[in-house]
Design a protein around this ligand. Structure first.
Ligand SMILES: Nc1ncnc2c1ncn2[C@@H]1O[C@H](COP(=O)(O)OP(=O)(O)O)[C@@H](O)[C@H]1O
Ligand SMILES: [Mg+2]
Length: 250
């Protein structure tokens, strides 16, 4: 079977400055006084294995800072891991951060062209889909206002509408399903269900554990940049809940 996503032995390391230096002047004074600029190494991901067969819906759960967004950025090609292998088979539409691939000074309409192009669409294709995208995003006349005037929910809606309208093979979603009202959430869920029916591979990060149990075929729990549990969503979610309950009790 072809794997849509195959990540093996992936590690990501960030270098964090040990001392906070706010300006070039401060830096120079620091150097003149003989200070060295030291870095601390921080492993955001350590030896991660993640895979998904084509057409599966995979959920990723974990605390803040666990490394979930870093993992999605690695999949999207935004961050290069220092070790390990990343294989992606198909057109990937990443929804990784609010407004990633958006320009705040451009209107929603202009951003749709910008973002659609990044996702590999021609202008003509985007024009054909534009009404549908505006409709789904529920932006109405705001589509012609600059993006900087949008709320985070509006940006997320537009981002979701575009990413899911470009016919991806693999959809990657970072917590975006948590924004917007119930009606919008229901629409997102329905669209994801349609994708699943069409055989699109979906990997998403969510804090909504019920949603993960409901929608996913498989799940991963990340903590400290490592996989703590993986398997059927019920199992992974209960392990994660047990961990959270234990920590709360201590
Ligand atoms: N560009 C970066 N530079 C330094 N540290 C980072 C960077 N991006 C993320 N981190 C750190 O890596 C850890 C994992 O972050 P992230 O993947 O965003 O976690 P999550 O999405 O699970 O909340 C956090 O401790 C975060 O502070
Ligand atoms: Mg995150």
């Amino acid at each position: 079977m072809i794997q849509a996503i195959n990540v093996s032995g992936v590690s990501v390391k960030f270098q964090l400055p040990k001392q906070v230096i706010r300006s070039v002047k401060e830096y120079l004074i620091y150097r003149i006084k003989g200070g060295r600029y030291d870095y601390e190494e921080f492993w955001a991901l350590r030896n991660i294995d993640i895979e998904s067969a084509t057409g599966k819906v995979v959920g990723v759960v974990g605390r803040n800072g666990a490394g979930k967004s870093t993992l999605l950025k690695v999949l999207a090609g935004v961050i290069k891991p220092i070790e390990g292998k990343v294989e992606i088979n198909g057109r990937i539409a990443p929804l990784i951060e609010l407004g990633a691939g958006f320009d705040p000074e451009l209107t929603g309409r202009e951003n749709t062209y910008l973002n659609g192009t990044i996702l590999g669409c021609t202008n003509k294709e985007i024009t054909q889909k534009l009404d549908q995208i505006i409709d789904f995003s529920e932006l109405g006349e705001f589509i012609d206002a600059p993006l900087r005037t949008y709320s985070s929910g509006m940006i997320a809606r537009l981002g979701f509408a575009i990413a899911t309208d470009v016919d991806p093979d693999i959809l990657i979603v970072d917590e975006i399903l948590g924004v917007g009202d119930d009606a919008f959430q229901a629409k997102c869920k329905e669209r994801i269900e349609n994708f699943r029916a069409q055989g699109v591979t979906i990997l998403f990060v969510s804090h909504d554990l019920n949603q993960v149990e409901e929608m996913c075929d498989y799940a991963y729990w990340l903590d400290h940049g490592q996989v703590q549990a993986n398997g059927v969503p019920e199992h992974v979610v209960s392990e994660y809940k047990r961990f959270v309950a234990q920590r709360a009790a201590n």
